[in-house]
Each structure stands twice: as C-alpha cells, then as structure tokens.
Ligand binder design. Structure first.
Ligand SMILES: C[S@@+](CC[C@H](N)C(=O)[O-])C[C@H]1O[C@@H](n2cnc3c(N)ncnc32)[C@H](O)[C@@H]1O
Length: 276
C-alpha cells in the first residue's frame, strides 16, 4: 500500500455537484469543508458504493448536510444529527426538499439511539483522531449498527516522521517550516468497527537519515473511506500535525526512541512527547 501519495479520488465527478453546492447555505467553516474537492470526492465515492436497497443511515455531525445529500439517493431514511445550531439551520434549509432526511440538532453523545442502522457516516476527524470526537462518538454510536452494518470512514492509518521544526508548539503543517530527518513509519491503525481505547501510548523508533538537531514529530493520518479508497491529508481532512519535543543532536543512522502519548477526542492539549 502506497501511503506517500494522495489517494487519487475522481474529483472531476464531484465538479458536477459544484453548482448545486454553490447554492448551499453554510457557515464559513462548513464552506471550507465543501470547497475541499478531494475530501468531498472521497466521501462521495465511498457513499455511492451503497447503490441498492438500503434502509437506514446515520449522518453524525452532518454540518451543512452535504453527506446526507449524497446518502439520500441510496437510503430509504437518513437520521442526521448536528450539534452546531448555525450549521443545523443551514442543513435544514439545504435539505428541505428531501423527505427521507430527518435532521436533529443536538449532541450525538446524548442522543437516544433506538434503531439499528445499515451505515454510520461520521466525519469528526482530526489528525490521529486527537482533536475531534470521532472515537467517543463511534464507541457509543456503533452499538446501533446492524451486525452487517458499515461505517464511513472505515478507519485510519497514522504515520510519523522525525523532524526539525521551527515553531515550539503543536500546530498543523499549513505554512509551517520543518526539515525531515527520518523515513515515515506507520505507528498505528484503527478499524472503526473495533472498540477503540482512546488512551494512546507508544514508543516510536526512528533511524536518523542525517546529522543535525531533531526537535519534533510530524504525524500524518491517512483516512480509509472504504476497502479501496484511502485518502491522504487534504486541506480540511487530517492535515499533518507537528508536535515538538526537547531538542536532541543526532548523527546519521542513530536510533531515536520517542514516547508519544495522547487521548483521542481530548484535544491537542492531551499530547505528550519525549525522547527516551
Ligand atoms: C468535520 S465536520 C463535518 C461536517 C459534514 N459532515 C461535512 O462533511 O461537511 C464535523 C461536524 O460534526 C459536528 N459535531 C462535532 N461533535 C458533535 C457532537 N458531539 N454531536 C453532533 N455533532 C457534532 C461539528 O459541529 C461539525 O459540523
């Protein structure tokens, strides 16, 4: 599996939805999500694999309703839940003509699920699942999935590289300067159908590729939308995260062990790193 390049989703097809989406009511944040063609194409491709006779889908964190719109073609009923009242109001307006979409405002973690679904769509993703609630939400919601039910995305693959980074705080890589000192290593994989322990802790071992100073990790998350769809970072889907640790001088071929700890769903403040 090649995780270095982006998944080549067919962004030309999604362009045919463009005029429709330009009429969508959104918050500024949800507009950025819709504008991210590669992200939207990956979700559309995963959802359109459900062609056929399907009963119920949950769209958890439906935002402006774009994924519920995709689901409405393939499912008899969609229950879509959004915590943000402004986004919910947009979704209600955008999907007013869709009789099979039932929109609810509120916190999924407090939602009284009472029916089992064929599919759960939940994009509360962030790099390594640290900063959004994907893990706690799915740990609860997947009890309401039929035995044959599926989840979109299916899971994630996390990789790490040793870097020298300019800034001394945790940040996403947009406009960030850093120098890579190791090969990328896959350090964890999660399948969302499995129970996931939100407390993550591991020692990652890297071989330095050159002499210099290392002071951080770059974490990259690849999102598995379906068996055949893996989407690399896009501007709005899991952009790489840079995490600092105390500087260490290294020589080429040195082995560097870094302890990485965080709680998935508890935010970037939960991240702890140090060289051991
Ligand atoms: C990354 S956005 C995805 C929005 C939409 N599905 C899309 O693809 O454009 C995640 C959404 O989940 C919502 N959300 C986060 N936590 C939630 C919760 N506990 N209950 C319901 N919605 C939640 C956020 O307000 C946000 O709109």
């Amino acid at each position: 599996m090649n995780l270095v390049t982006h998944m080549t989703t067919d962004t030309t097809i999604i362009n045919s939805f463009f005029i429709f989406f330009m009429k969508f009511k959104t918050t500024p944040y949800h507009f950025d999500l819709i504008k991210d063609n590669e992200r939207l194409s990956a979700f559309w491709q995963a959802i359109k694999e459900y062609e056929g006779d399907n009963e119920l889908a949950y769209d958890l964190g439906c935002g402006s309703g774009v994924l519920s719109y995709f689901l409405s073609t393939y499912f008899k009923e969609i229950i879509s839940i959004e915590i943000n009242p402004a986004a919910f109001a947009c979704a209600r307006e955008n999907l007013a003509d869709f009789d099979n979409v039932n929109l609810l405002v509120g916190d999924v973690l407090e939602f009284d699920f009472n029916r089992k679904a064929d599919l759960i769509v939940c994009e509360m993703m962030d790099t390594a699942l640290i900063d959004e609630e994907e893990v706690p939400v799915l740990n609860q919601a997947k009890k309401f999935l039929k035995p044959s039910g599926k989840i979109i995305p299916q899971g994630v693959i996390n990789s790490a590289e040793l870097v020298n980074m300019e800034r001394e705080y945790v940040h996403w890589d947009e406009n960030a300067k850093y120098d890579v000192f190791s090969d990328a290593m896959i350090y964890s994989e999660f399948d969302f159908l499995d129970g996931i322990n939100p407390d993550f802790e591991a020692v990652l071992s890297f071989k330095a590729k050159k002499d210099g100073i290392v002071n951080g990790l770059k974490i990259t998350t690849f999102t598995k939308l379906a068996d055949d769809i893996i989407c690399g970072p896009t501007p709005m889907l899991n952009p790489p995260l840079l995490i600092p640790f105390d500087s260490k001088s290294v020589k080429s071929n040195d082995l560097i062990n870094v302890k990485l700890k965080y709680i998935m769903g508890n935010g970037i403040e939960s991240i702890k790193t140090h060289v051991i």
